[in-house]
Design a protein around this ligand. Structure first.
Ligand SMILES: [Zn+2]
Length: 134
């Protein structure tokens, strides 16, 4: 089973991912949503978090034992359907130079309890296109 964007928790259409994240955490704390159902990160995501992730200062909201790790996946032209895990700002700059448009999905993941949530979706616009052309 491969990893895909569908496995990232969080509604892509939601503007404020922090708000939906907080709402979900509250539901877990109140016992309305089981911990198992939110701590189900795909093994690929956990692997990426352990090896390629960017450490954060945010304590995992579920297990409160370790800090969550930020993982960025980029989707778009010429990239694998499961996205490309980006670890370096230079990789993003490289994509910008292609002139194509990409979307970067920043996900937080807990290597300890496997909690994960989409934090934000950032458009990466290629420099090849001018704003006037849109
Ligand atoms: Zn955790």
């Amino acid at each position: 089973m491969g990893f895909s964007v569908d496995m990232l928790r969080g509604d892509i259409g939601v503007v404020d991912h922090q708000l939906s994240r907080r709402a979900l955490i509250n539901e877990v704390k109140r016992g309305r949503v089981s911990r198992d159902s939110v701590c189900d990160a795909h093994p690929e995501l956990i692997r990426a978090a352990k090896h390629l992730g960017e450490p954060s200062k945010t304590v995992c909201p579920i297990c409160e034992e370790v800090n969550v790790v930020l993982v960025t996946y980029v989707f778009g032209h010429g990239l694998p359907s499961h996205g490309k895990c980006v670890t370096d700002k230079k990789d993003i700059e490289k994509l910008q130079r292609t002139g194509h448009e990409y979307a970067a999905y920043v996900v937080e993941a807990c290597p300890e309890c496997r909690w994960h949530h989409l934090l934000r979706v950032l458009p990466i616009a290629g420099r090849g296109r001018s704003r006037a052309a849109r």
